[in-house]
Design a protein around this ligand. Structure first.
Ligand code: ARG
Ligand code: ZN
Length: 862
């Protein structure tokens, strides 16, 4: 049963105040809720409250039992008939958090109690109008055994506490009205790292990071990131924190990365814990960005929230844009932009091409959990970035100031957000808003002509149809442009001498002309600079032009994209057998040597410029997803480049070998990335020497980046010593779950992996179906990061995956549905694979499944 945006209606009842009393025991929990209700809609409307799977023990209205003839509970909605316009509703419900494996609502994780309410988990805790446009003030009392659960937390500030007969309680009050999805509660035996932050206006904030005692040494990076985020939001957006306490709790069992509950964030351990010995560089950067993301939500999400879940990108797109800019400021902006674009193109573009394609503001959904997608988050962030580009930094800031001021304490829409940007800038953004309502990746085609001292650029846009949206309208696409001459200089583009312009493409077809200075004989356009719009750009890019850009362009994204296009062309010539690997490598070698020669300036950028596009991405860019053929060509080119540049790669290994104490700072991260890139080219040649070096590096590494980097190459390339290294690694890290996730992940993502091998990992005693991180490290890596093994022509990967999904769905539907998205390429697979996958999924969909998994499979099979 689908829910439609156009059916939105304001709520019939508001909740003025909520008092919750949550009494926690080993085998059950009792939740007493007192809601001060007030009618806001039709005089005769019944009062409807959400409540999923609750055992109702008591129901009173204004202090008296409400007769059972006047209410009805169908397992999802509690309907109260004939209620007055104002009343106090008191309910008592019984829950079983210890049996909650869906990790939604109130559940247990490693002996602690915690909650996850977004999007619709609160209704699994108590009866409530569980929708984001009902905001209320919460007072929450948590009660539990004093010895087992010394720490009792909820949103806001503690206002009272007590102890009685071995049990204790704490009452928390949150002064800010909030929707129920931001409610949180934690009870456990937790250790705390505490610090403080003083806001610009002088408010002193206690910062408390909670984790299990053995992880107390892994919170420094999160704390530093939090303080940096708080300062950044004051400087970049003028936003200060608004409570006296900011708490973050690390939990081992969590479906997503983290959750921005007011004043009490709950984090997946993988997004908050960090230590050089157990966390890679990528892990450190992820912690920094997720800490920032959840902190930024305090304004973009909590103070101003969403009217309904169709508006999810209002908070997620904006907040991702904010965290991207923060990370860019903390590290290398060019590198961060390339990483974000690479991620978008590798994962969001395929979503747009598949059965799950949907607009950033969807029209309808069955399960909102299935819409926490790359489209909502990452494409949503690109839309906000385009507004920033079109308006300029100053107007964008004025627009965001207006948005926060005007809508503080309200639940609003993406239209409201854009309206603020339109108002401060005086621009008509009506056409721009199609980015929110139209699904699919626009294709932009360009061609240039040099004639009589003028350069004419012709641009064409078109968005292919997506499910339910056959016809597309032209979008407003900001195109940042520069023109390079034959010597690599940037040409002036107008009378003022600007060397970069922002073109606004609004029509299906448009042309621009530029008068060139005398004597210009060659023009190479540098287009879509900074990836100024989330589009697929096609041009006549001759390889000479791409080499020219790679050598001379000053835009980090365009240089990297030129390199990607060169590699892509080479690999595709190997796929269709028009090229030979050794010759392609020889062709590419000079440009790559030039990148290496300049690596001293920015090793991270050099590592990116030297990296081949993944075989999966290349296969996605072709009409048929023939991963086996593309992977083979990809690996052949990698090996040929390993040989052709062997001396250079060995020099990188010497020059960029780790020195000094590990630090997760940009320069060192870049050095390690470049080292790993060089090592991977050498490993692709399968020469024994590189195996020896990796075995040594593995043994001597004093940090997880180097250790795991070596292990990955040993295992993936099946070098001598791989098995011993795997065994050593497991012995060394058996007590660190996040590191053991990596151990599973390295094996599940190995290109030689088989269905039997995956099955063995699933049957390993250390595997656990109830821990999302562990499940992702095997099934997520296999289905999402190991296309060549997953799509093996015998269909064994599909059968194994389908039966794993069925099993997982019984425990955790949200995660099963999310993993199932990997089958979205069904319609683009070669016939043999397509047949095998369809059969496996058809058999699966005949089983009794959750609504979550059913929605995804139905879309895929449609
Ligand atoms: N709002 C969270 C974040 O992006 C994610 C919550 C996801 N919840 C869910 N049920 N999918 O920061
Ligand atoms: Zn978010």
């Amino acid at each position: 049963r689908a829910i439609h945006l156009q059916d939105y209606r304001a709520p019939d009842f508001r909740v003025e105040r909520v008092a919750l009393d949550v009494d926690l025991y080993e085998d059950h929990a009792i939740v007493r809720a007192t809601l001060a209700m007030q009618r806001s809609g039709a005089a005769d409307a019944p009062c409807r409250l959400d409540g999923v799977g609750l055992t109702l023990e008591q129901l009173q209205l204004d202090g008296a039992d409400w007769p059972s003839t006047h209410y009805h509970y169908d397992g999802e909605v509690l309907t109260l008939e004939g209620v007055p316009d104002r009343f106090v509703l008191a309910t008592v419900v019984r829950l079983a958090p210890q049996l909650n494996t869906e990790l939604e609502g109130l559940y247990r994780s490693n002996g602690m109690f915690c909650t996850q309410c977004e999007a619709e988990g609160f209704r699994r805790i108590t009866f409530y109008p569980d929708r984001p446009d009902v905001l209320s003030r919460f007072v929450t009392t948590v009660r539990a055994d004093a010895v087992r659960y010394p720490v009792l937390l909820s949103n806001g500030n503690p206002i009272a506490q007590g102890e009685e007969g071995g049990r204790h309680w704490v009452t928390w009050e949150d002064p800010f009205p909030k929707p129920s999805y931001l409610f949180a509660l934690v009870a456990g035996d937790l250790s705390c790292q505490e610090d403080r932050y003083v806001t610009g206006s002088g408010r002193e904030v206690a910062l408390r990071l909670y984790a299990e005692p053995q992880d107390l040494d892994k919170l420094d990076h999160a704390m530093a990131s939090l303080k940096a985020s708080m300062l950044w939001d004051e400087q970049a957006y003028g936003r200060e924190y608004d409570l006296d306490i900011y708490m973050i709790v690390a939990v081992s069992h969590f479906n997503m990365g983290a959750m921005e509950n007011k004043g009490l964030n709950i984090f997946n351990t993988s997004c908050v814990l960090a230590h050089p010995k157990t966390t890679t560089d990528a892990g450190f950067q992820r912690v920094e960005s997720v800490i920032a993301h959840e902190y930024f939500h305090n304004w973009s999400g909590n103070r101003v929230t969403c009217r309904d879940w169709f508006q999810l990108s209002l908070k997620e797109g904006f907040t991702v844009f904010r965290d991207q800019c923060f990370s860019a400021d903390m590290n290398s902006a060019a590198v961060k932009r390339i990483e974000d674009v690479d991620m978008l193109r590798a994962h969001q573009f395929p979503e747009d091409q598949g059965p799950m394609a949907h607009p950033v503001r969807p029209q309808s959904y069955q399960k909102i959990d299935n819409f926490y997608t790359l489209t909502i988050y990452e494409k949503g962030a690109e839309i906000v970035r385009m507004l920033h580009t079109l308006l300029g930094a100053d107007d964008f800031r004025r627009g965001s100031d207006l948005y926060f001021e005007r809508f503080d304490g309200q639940a609003v829409t993406t239209d409201d957000f854009v309206a603020c940007m339109a108002e401060v800038s005086g621009r008509d953004l009506a056409q721009f808003k199609r980015w929110y309502s139209q699904a699919g990746t626009p294709q932009v085609t360009v061609s240039g002509e040099l004639e009589g001292g003028r350069y004419r650029l012709s641009v064409h846009q078109q968005t292919p149809p997506t499910p339910g949206q056959p016809d597309k309208q032209p979008l407003l696409i900001p195109l940042r442009l520069a023109l390079l001459d034959g010597a690599g200089h940037h040409l002036p583009l107008n009378a003022q001498g600007d060397t970069e312009l922002l073109l606004e493409l609004t029509e299906p077809q448009q042309q621009w002309e530029f008068a060139l200075p005398p004597g210009v004989e060659r023009v190479v356009p540098s287009l879509l600079r900074g990836f100024s719009a989330p589009v697929m750009l096609a041009g006549e890019d001759s390889e000479a032009a791409l080499r020219h850009l790679l050598t001379h362009d000053d835009d980090g994204f365009c240089r990297w994209d030129a390199a990607q296009r060169l590699y892509r062309a080479a690999i595709l010539r190997l796929v269709d057998a028009t090229g030979r690997a050794a010759e392609e490598a020889a062709q590419l070698a000079p440009a790559m040597k030039a990148v290496l020669a300049g690596a001293g300036e920015d090793a991270a950028a050099a590592a990116l410029l030297l990296a081949l596009p993944s075989a999966t991405q290349l296969a996605d860019s072709l009409p048929e997803f023939d991963i086996a053929a593309v992977q083979q060509a990809h690996d052949a080119l990698a090996a040929a480049l390993g040989h052709a540049l062997a001396t250079d790669w060995w020099q990188v290994l010497e020059r960029w070998a780790p020195v000094g104490e590990y630090q997760p700072v940009a320069a060192d991260i870049g050095a390690r990335a470049l080292y790993q890139q060089a090592a991977s080219y050498l490993a692709a040649t399968a020469q024994p020497e590189i195996g020896d070096v990796m075995v040594r590096r593995f043994a001597e590494a004093d940090n997880m980046t180097d250790q795991l980097g070596a292990l990955r190459l040993l295992v993936h390339e099946r070098l001598q010593g791989a098995d011993a290294a795997l065994a050593d690694f497991a012995r060394q890290w058996q007590h660190e779950p996040l590191v053991m996730d990596q151990w599973f992940g390295v094996q599940a993502s190995a290109p030689w992996q088989t269905a039997a091998g995956i099955e063995a990992l699933l049957e390993d005693a250390r595997f656990d179906w109830a821990t999302p991180n562990r499940v992702r490290s095997v099934l997520g890596q296999f289905s999402n990061a190991n296309a060549v093994a997953f799509h093996r022509a015998d269909g064994s990967g599909y059968r194994l995956f389908a039966s794993a999904l069925q099993r997982l769905d019984q425990l955790n539907p949200q995660m099963a549905a999310r993993l199932a998205g990997a089958c979205g390429r069904l319609g683009r697979l070669p016939a043999v694979q397509q047949h095998a996958l369809r059969e496996a999924l058809q058999q699966l969909v005949r089983q009794p499944l959750s609504g979550n998994l059913d929605e995804v499979l139905t879309r895929i099979l449609a």
